[in-house]
Design a protein around this ligand. Structure first.
Ligand code: SAH
Length: 506
């Protein structure tokens, strides 16, 4: 048995882009991931298949699992020879009980490593535009806790003493006691006019913040409704917030944008919107359910006899090769087939295997694919394999058989089913708060959205989103289904779609 090990890994302040390269590679390779409330849930999608993910998160007042039990979990899995990543919000050794966990591992004789990370105060300062040190204003920084133990809530820091230091104070877990803390700081000699900033959910698109003074901050944060997790920054440098708060002034800062696709499929569009400051909600309207292997086994046996293989979607291509390599170890088993793909995204899936795609129609629709195949005049009495899901492909097969006189086999490698959105966090958030825009990138996203509209009813007072379309075909589908088109991308590209979003809601 290989030796187990625990990696105490900092997840950074929230934005997955701020995690270390070392942390990412450990997440990707571990056998067990033990994660917290504050570690971004997106990081979980990086694990390898079969990795066990254990949530041990706690929130003030409501802890789901005791510290001792968490340590037991680490010891247990490492003792069984597993590589365990214990992912903690921010840095593991700053107010995160990382020290206690490391001591327990050391006592149990378990090998461990510690991977440092950007702690919340640094993330908050950067994204609120507050230089923590500044020549002339502050030459020291302190990290303090507003309450030592999240569960007990009692205070151990002598704030009056810190008032005399004269540098920048970054207060973690301070929201519950903010009046006490500010009073003690003022009693210790800090002026009520001392600048203060509060940064909630720092580094994430949902970041909110405010600027006040020691004398006003307790009331101001209640008025603004800021809640934990938040960092309170006290000191002359907090003044720079007024000039340097870049993060909340990007073109889509504070805007909520819905992408009607699963998180895994929304990657590029999501990244573009987030880099402009938007909070992106992903609605996975359909689930891709892989077909059982026995339904498709015969086709793979005869694989080398086909003249054409036609792929009608990226998911179809991806799952085709997944099954192919479960059956064969050698790519040559695919034989000398010619390959057609409905569009560029599908072709990219095929090209991953260094297979050249022989045909892609000009527009990515079934009719055009059929016409382009017919135009090759290579179908008569030839065998064609159409790799499909469960929708909309009849046109293609019919045309190839009737007009091309081809012998067509269908290979359904997956089927689409409406997703159960009742527990999806983004769907819940959409129902409760709504959004500023909802983006439709294809006719099928419109159909799926309308089919799922029962599960997406907005609550009273929720923001009603503007509907933004990728182009004329999508807009036509929207009109047909009664979805008003509020804006349309000028060209059918993601950049153009994003430009339309900025113009409409930015
Ligand atoms: N180990 C963590 C701190 C854990 S204590 C770190 O190094 O950052 C939890 C406290 O951290 C919260 O109550 C809050 O004060 C702060 N915190 C964590 N993430 C935060 C975020 N994204 N924005 C603001 N404060 C955050």
């Amino acid at each position: 048995m290989s030796e187990g090990k625990v990696f105490l890994v900092g997840a950074g302040p929230g934005d997955p882009g701020l995690i270390t390269v070392r942390a990412r590679s450990l997440i990707e390779s571990c056998d067990v991931l033990v994660y917290d409330y504050l570690a971004n849930a997106d990081l979980k999608t990086w694990v390898k298949p079969g990795c066990e993910c254990i949530y041990v998160g706690k929130r003030p007042g409501r802890h789901s699992i005791s510290q001792e039990k968490i340590e037991d979990i680490l010891v247990e899995h490492a003792s069984a020879g597993k590589q365990v990543v214990r992912l903690k919000g921010g840095d593991p050794f700053i107010f995160g009980r990382g020290g206690e966990e490391a001591c327990r591992l050391s006592a149990a004789g378990i090998a461990f490593e510690v991977v440092p990370a950007v702690t919340a105060a640094l993330g908050a300062a950067a994204c609120a535009g507050i230089p923590l040190t500044h020549r002339g204003h502050s030459s020291s920084v302190c990290f303090l806790t507003g309450h030592e133990d999240i569960e007990r809530g009692d205070m151990h820091v002598d704030f009056a003493k810190f008032a005399q230091i004269g540098g920048t104070l970054c207060i973690y877990m301070g929201m519950g006691h903010i009046s006490d803390i500010t009073e003690k700081l003022m009693a210790g000699g800090l002026s009520p006019k001392t600048p203060v900033a509060v940064v909630e959910w720092a580094t994430l698109p949902r970041q909110r913040s405010l600027r006040a003074t020691l004398g006003t901050v307790a009331e101001a944060k209640d008025k603004a409704g800021l809640k934990p997790p938040a960092i309170v920054i006290v000191g002359e440098v907090a003044r720079y917030y007024d000039e340097l708060n870049w993060f909340e002034h990007r073109p889509l800062s504070g805007k909520r944008v819905v992408v009607t696709r699963a998180r895994e499929q929304a990657g590029e569009l999501r990244a573009k919107l987030e880099s402009l400051g938007a909070e992106v909600l992903s609605l996975p309207l359909i689930d891709i359910i892989e077909a059982e292997s026995h339904e498709t086994a015969d086709v793979y046996d005869g694989m080398a006899n086909y003249d054409w293989v036609v792929f009608t979607s990226p998911n179809g291509a991806r799952l085709f090769f997944k099954k192919f390599f479960e059956k064969f170890t050698d790519l040559r088993c695919i034989g000398g087939v010619r390959i057609a793909c409905i569009g560029a995204a599908t072709a990219r899936e095929v090209e991953r295997y260094h297979l050249a795609v022989d045909l892609i129609p000009e527009t990515a629709v079934a009719e055009s694919l059929a016409d382009a195949l017919l135009a090759t005049e290579t179908l008569d009495s030839r065998t064609v394999l159409v790799v499909t899901g469960n929708r909309n492909r009849d046109v293609l097969v019919r045309k190839l058989e009737d007009e091309g006189r081809a012998i067509v086999d269908m290979l359904p490698v997956y089927r689409n089913e409406p997703t159960d959105l009742s527990e999806e966090p983004d769907a819940k958030s959409f129902r409760e708060k709504g959004a500023d825009a909802i983006l439709f990138t294809s006719a099928s996203t419109v159909e799926n959205f309308v089919a799922q509209s029962g599960q997406l009813q907005l609550a009273k007072g929720a923001r009603r989103p503007k509907a933004i379309s990728m182009g004329p075909i999508t807009s036509a589908a929207m009109k047909e289904k009664g979805v008003p088109v509020d804006a349309e991308a000028k060209e059918q590209t993601l950049d153009s779609l994003v430009a339309a979003v900025i113009k409409k809601i930015g």
